[in-house]
Design a protein around this ligand. Structure first.
Ligand SMILES: Nc1nc2c(ncn2[C@@H]2O[C@H](COP(=O)(O)OP(=O)(O)OP(=O)(O)O)[C@@H](O)[C@H]2O)c(=O)[nH]1
Ligand SMILES: [Mg+2]
Length: 307
């Protein structure tokens, strides 16, 4: 039923310009929700609209909290996004990412499409950058922001390298009070390091911005950068990027569908269990076990077809 609803929504919304998809990730507590609130409120209250400039009239926020499996995040994020939560032109949907590896909820992509079909001109997805979530988030977004805390710019060569390479724009948050100077120093360290980790010809932004989600300082500059990116992407590359993303999701859904079909196939149940027993006893490798289950599913399929 959910698939059908999505399909009908897609058909029903044909002709409508699709929304711009912004992804926000970063380590826990770096200020992603606070920044989403500040940026969202800035966008919705910004009245000046120059010709041809991207100025969404409404926006949807999907906040995914990998630490919560109970829905407790709903209150947390609604508190962080107090203005957006009750703004008539915003929709905030916090959701725990229970069950999905690395923070990206299995159906976030569907939820994002639904927001788009509902007419939201900008969708923002916030997720903690752990495990696979950042690569997954990149597959959902037109522009992928990485939020960083003051300090730690020298770690760039190590664990953070992959995510920094994947991000379109880096932002150091908490550039206020005692951490303002440190934030600026961190931004310039990242800027220097970006030139080292990014291959020449990489189209991504090599500037690193500093903002304070708390005071709002720098949020206008960040928004102007996003607008610039939007404009550039419209004229080159966005369609291609989205096409590749659609392929990614198709294969992901196919994998899920096949896994479910194999696990739930009553004709395979006995055989799978005997393979698992052999696996438990160490008589077979995981790879050989997977192949055995797959081969028997194919053998079964041939039998049905012949019948
Ligand atoms: N000084 C300062 N504190 C900030 C700023 N932005 C966020 N904070 C504080 O940092 C803490 C975490 O903020 P959140 O917005 O919840 O951070 P988050 O990255 O969304 O956190 P998770 O979703 O739990 O990973 C809160 O106490 C915020 O008040 C900022 O710009 N400056
Ligand atoms: Mg948050």
């Amino acid at each position: 039923m959910a698939s059908e609803l999505l399909e009908r929504s897609r058909l029903g919304s044909s002709g409508r310009a699709s929304s711009f998809r912004l992804g926000i990730t970063g380590p826990p507590g770096v200020g992603k929700s606070t920044l989403t609130e500040a940026l969202g409120m800035h966008i919705l209250t910004e009245s000046s609209r120059e010709d041809g400039e991207f100025m969404p009239i409404n926006l949807a926020v999907l906040a995914i909290d990998p630490s919560s499996t109970t829905g407790g995040s709903i209150l947390g994020d609604k508190t962080r996004m107090a203005g957006l939560s009750c703004h008539p032109r915003a929709f905030v949907r916090p959701s725990p990412s229970s069950g999905s590896l690395g923070g990206m909820q299995a159906y976030t992509h569907d939820a994002q499409l639904l927001c788009e079909f509902a007419g939201f001109e900008l969708t923002i997805i916030e997720t903690v950058g752990v495990g696979q979530s950042e690569t997954e988030l990149a597959e959902c977004c037109d522009l992928f922001l990485l939020i960083l805390a003051p300090g730690g710019g020298d770690e760039l060569q190590g664990s953070k390298k992959g995510i920094v390479e994947a991000a379109d724009l880096l932002v150091v948050n908490k550039a206020d009070g005692e951490t303002e100077d440190l934030a600026r120093k961190t931004a310039s360290e990242y800027k220097k390091a970006l030139n080292l980790v990014r291959r020449p010809g990489n189209s991504r932004h090599n500037d690193v911005l500093t903002v304070s989600a708390k005071t709002g300082k720098g949020v206008d500059v960040l928004w102007r950068e996003i607008q610039k990116y939007y404009k550039a992407a419209q004229s080159c590359g966005l369609d291609e990027k989205r096409k590749i993303q659609r392929h990614y999701w198709m294969w992901k859904y196919l994998k899920q569908t096949m896994m479910d079909a194999l696990k739930n196939d009553p004709n395979l149940k006995d055989h799978s269990q005997s393979v698992i027993r052999k696996l438990n006893l160490g008589e077979i490798s995981p790879r050989a076990a997977a192949q055995e289950i797959w081969m028997s599913s194919q053998a079964g399929r041939c039998t049905y077809t012949k019948a």
